[in-house]
Design a protein around this ligand. Structure first.
Ligand code: FES
Length: 178
C-alpha cells in the first residue's frame, strides 16, 4: 500500500517494540534533559538496526511515537546518514565514495570495478546475500581516494582494482567462499 511508504501516513505504528528494546531506548533517553528526549533519535535508530539489520518505516514510526516526534522527522535522519540501512543489506556493506574530489581520483572507476566483480549494480545486493554495494558521500579522506567503508566501520584507502579484488577475495574467504 502506497500510504505505508509515506512517513506520517497510516497507523501510528504497526511495530511492537520489545521490552528489551524499550529498555535500551530508555537508557539513551536518560542521557538528555527530559524535554529533549528527541536527541536520542540517532541512538534509537542504531539500536533498531543492531537488532533487525535495517530500519523499516514501521520502526521509524515506532521510534517517532516513543520520542514524541513526527515520523517524517525520524525519516529525515534515517535518510540523511547512509549508515542507516533502509532495507535489508548483505553481510558486507561496501560504501564507495563518489563525491567530486573522489570522482576526480578514480572513485567512480572503483565503483564500476566492484559492480563488474560482484555482478550487481550500485544499490543492489549479491544473490548470495554477501555484498551490498552503495555510493557514499565524502568520507573525509579525499586525499586517499579511491576510498570506501566496509560495514560502516572499516575505512579502506587507495583502493586500486587490485586492492578491491584482494578485499573481495578476503571477505569471501572469511565466509568460506574463497
Ligand atoms: S570526496 Fe571522497 S573522501 Fe572526500
Amino acid at each position: 500500500m502506497i500510504s505505508d511508504r509515506i512517513p506520517g501516513s497510516g497507523p501510528v505504528s504497526d511495530m511492537q517494540l520489545t521490552d528489551a528494546t524499550l529498555q535500551r531506548f530508555a537508557r539513551e533517553v536518560a542521557k538528555y534533559p527530559a524535554d529533549q528526549k528527541q536527541s536520542a533519535v540517532m541512538a534509537c535508530l542504531s539500536i533498531v538496526q543492531q537488532e533487525q539489520g535495517h530500519v523499516s518505516l514501521a520502526a521509524e514510526k515506532a521510534i517517532a511515537a516513543y520520542l514524541d516526534m513526527a515520523p517524517m522527522a525520524v525519516h529525515e535522519v534515517t535518510t540523511f546518514y547512509n549508515m542507516y540501512n533502509q532495507r535489508p543489506v548483505g553481510k558486507f556493506k561496501l560504501n564507495v565514495c563518489t563525491n567530486l574530489p573522489c570522482q576526480l581520483r578514480d572513485g567512480n572507476k572503483a565503483l564500476r570495478h566492484l559492480e563488474d566483480r560482484l555482478g550487481v549494480h550500485m544499490g543492489e545486493t549479491t544473490a548470495d546475500g554477501l555484498f551490498t554495494l552503495q555510493q557514499s558521500e565524502c568520507l573525509g579522506a579525499c586525499a586517499d581516494s579511491p576510498v570506501m567503508l566496509v560495514n560502516d566501520r572499516h575505512m579502506c584507502s587507495f583502493m586500486s582494482n587490485e586492492k578491491l579484488d584482494q578485499l573481495i577475495d578476503g571477505l569471501k574467504a572469511s565466509e568460506g567462499q574463497a
